[in-house]
Design a protein around this ligand. Structure first.
Ligand code: ZN
Length: 81
Protein backbone atom coordinates (compact mmCIF):
# COMPACT_ATOMS: atom_id res chain seq x y z
CA UNK A 1 0.00 0.00 0.00
CA UNK A 2 2.84 2.35 0.84
CA UNK A 3 4.45 1.48 -2.54
CA UNK A 4 1.25 2.44 -4.38
CA UNK A 5 1.17 5.79 -2.58
CA UNK A 6 4.79 6.52 -3.56
CA UNK A 7 4.06 5.47 -7.17
CA UNK A 8 1.06 7.81 -7.22
CA UNK A 9 3.18 10.71 -5.91
CA UNK A 10 5.89 9.99 -8.49
CA UNK A 11 3.28 9.95 -11.30
CA UNK A 12 1.78 13.24 -10.08
CA UNK A 13 5.25 14.82 -9.88
CA UNK A 14 6.15 13.59 -13.39
CA UNK A 15 2.81 14.87 -14.76
CA UNK A 16 3.26 18.21 -13.00
CA UNK A 17 6.87 18.48 -14.23
CA UNK A 18 5.89 17.71 -17.82
CA UNK A 19 2.96 20.17 -17.90
CA UNK A 20 5.12 22.80 -16.24
CA UNK A 21 7.83 22.28 -18.85
CA UNK A 22 5.41 22.51 -21.78
CA UNK A 23 3.92 25.70 -20.30
CA UNK A 24 7.33 27.31 -19.97
CA UNK A 25 8.31 26.30 -23.52
CA UNK A 26 5.03 27.79 -24.76
CA UNK A 27 5.89 31.00 -22.97
CA UNK A 28 9.29 30.98 -24.65
CA UNK A 29 7.59 30.54 -28.04
CA UNK A 30 5.21 33.38 -27.25
CA UNK A 31 8.01 35.63 -26.03
CA UNK A 32 10.19 35.25 -29.13
CA UNK A 33 8.01 37.20 -31.61
CA UNK A 34 7.56 39.99 -29.05
CA UNK A 35 11.31 40.24 -28.49
CA UNK A 36 12.23 40.21 -32.17
CA UNK A 37 10.98 43.73 -33.05
CA UNK A 38 12.39 45.25 -29.85
CA UNK A 39 16.02 45.62 -31.04
CA UNK A 40 14.72 47.33 -34.20
CA UNK A 41 12.55 49.71 -32.18
CA UNK A 42 15.39 50.53 -29.78
CA UNK A 43 17.89 51.25 -32.52
CA UNK A 44 19.03 54.84 -32.23
CA UNK A 45 17.64 56.79 -35.17
CA UNK A 46 19.38 59.76 -36.68
CA UNK A 47 17.33 62.89 -35.99
CA UNK A 48 17.27 65.76 -38.46
CA UNK A 49 15.94 69.28 -37.98
CA UNK A 50 13.23 70.64 -40.24
CA UNK A 51 14.65 73.46 -42.36
CA UNK A 52 11.40 75.42 -42.01
CA UNK A 53 10.40 75.10 -38.35
CA UNK A 54 13.40 73.41 -36.69
CA UNK A 55 11.38 70.43 -35.47
CA UNK A 56 13.52 67.32 -35.04
CA UNK A 57 12.17 64.26 -36.82
CA UNK A 58 13.69 60.81 -37.45
CA UNK A 59 15.72 60.77 -40.68
CA UNK A 60 13.47 58.04 -42.09
CA UNK A 61 10.35 60.20 -41.62
CA UNK A 62 11.84 63.45 -42.89
CA UNK A 63 10.73 64.86 -46.24
CA UNK A 64 13.74 65.67 -48.37
CA UNK A 65 13.50 68.67 -50.64
CA UNK A 66 15.90 70.43 -53.00
CA UNK A 67 17.21 72.72 -50.23
CA UNK A 68 17.21 70.32 -47.28
CA UNK A 69 15.09 68.17 -45.02
CA UNK A 70 11.65 68.99 -43.65
CA UNK A 71 9.28 67.58 -41.07
CA UNK A 72 6.41 67.45 -43.56
CA UNK A 73 5.58 68.08 -47.20
CA UNK A 74 3.77 71.32 -46.24
CA UNK A 75 7.00 72.84 -44.85
CA UNK A 76 8.95 71.65 -47.87
CA UNK A 77 6.41 73.40 -50.13
CA UNK A 78 6.50 76.60 -48.03
CA UNK A 79 10.31 76.77 -47.94
CA UNK A 80 10.92 75.97 -51.58
CA UNK A 81 8.07 77.79 -53.32
ZN1 ZN B 1 8.68 71.76 -40.17
Amino acid sequence: MKFLLILLIVLVVVWWWRTGRSDSSNQDEARKPAQAPTPEAEKPQAMVACRQCGLHVPRAEAVSGDLGLYCCAEHQRRAES
